[in-house]
Design a protein around this ligand. Sequence first.
Ligand code: COS
Length: 385
Amino acid sequence: MIDFELTDEQRLVRDAAREFADGVIAPRARENDRNSTFDHGLVVELAGMGFIGPILPEAYGGRGIDYRTYGLIVEEIGRADSSARTVVSVNTSLVGSAIAKWGSEDQKERFIPGICSGEALGCFGLTEPDTGSDAANLSTRAERIDGGWRLTGQKQWISLGNVAAFALIFAQTDPGAGHRGLAAFLVPTDAPGFQSAEIHGKLGLHASDTAELFLDGVEVGDDALLGGVGDGFKVAMTALDSGRFSVSAGCVGICQGCVDASTAYATERRQFGRPIAGFQLVQAMIADMVVDTHAARGLVWKAAWLKDRGERGTLETSVAKLFSTEAAIRCANAAIQVHGGSGYVDDHPVERYLRDARVTTLYEGTSQIQKLIIGRLTTGIDAMT
Ligand code: COS
């Protein structure tokens, strides 16, 4: 049965992540956000703590920990800074878990150690300018050439695309075959014909890198193929089952951060001769945040429990993602309300929480896509196609 009690080891890892989040990540978050700085030094420190790729096998430099403990780490990092959390989520879940599941021995040896050490990060190249929710309908083409493949196309909204050493690129090998023609490729970002460009003007995640990728006849060998030809869509979906979990855990961190910041502010700030926490309407806002935080954490732990039993948990992951991402936005918005004018500037983390939370109901499947996945798995009827 699912147990809400953490083991001693889980508590130790959670406490280490909490200390690191408060002592190392949080103090830099405001300046990195203001300056739109991707903090390479922080990546090295995150890796040094074993926080990049912790669920990946120990044989390749990971820590082989369970999803529950992974969720605890991601929550703490997400509470401190969603941009730092992005490095962990993308590399551990979207890229690392896909290689661990679908990769050959040689691919695991080549790519996983660099992910875990932070020395050779990956990025996840699924989305395109004209392909978001309908992920099977890719325009990027993979043509067979002697001894390998030639990739041509464009990718959009790719986290870490300008800083990654390699990209997991999804491409169509047979345009008539729909999702059964897709293939996944591990492509070095310094390959001839591969280019990236930074996307500017984002609402949030200012300290995270976001890129457009251009593949102009990029040639890779057969050893770049992750899984078989035709497995690409399943590679993407299994990666997203882990990625959506990680985003959800990060959003629990945002919710908890909103509770913490709002409680600290409301007990300190005085109006009408008493702390504003003494007003019922302020307490109501904080109580709603607490309920959202507990509910989101419970859903994340349920999804983790299933994954730790070896189940996909697609429905429960979508439930956790839908609820926790929407909850993070609600909590951040309410936290600004509790802070009043002070919440509108970056002296407190709450305005950053709102800006950073906003993308989480868009990427890795919008809230609407999560509802359609939940609805299809519940009713047995596909309302998408
Ligand atoms: N794990 C493994 N395999 C899966 C899977 C999963 N979670 N989900 C689906 N599959 C398999 C199915 O079993 C099916 O296999 P067969 O070809 O053997 O029948 C195949 O993949 C196609 O599945 P499905 O019919 O569900 O495909 P759809 O085109 O209907 O998928 C959704 C629709 C919406 C689920 C999918 O396109 C999606 O998740 N879109 C959102 C994409 C997204 O999150 N983008 C953000 C990228 S990162 S910013």
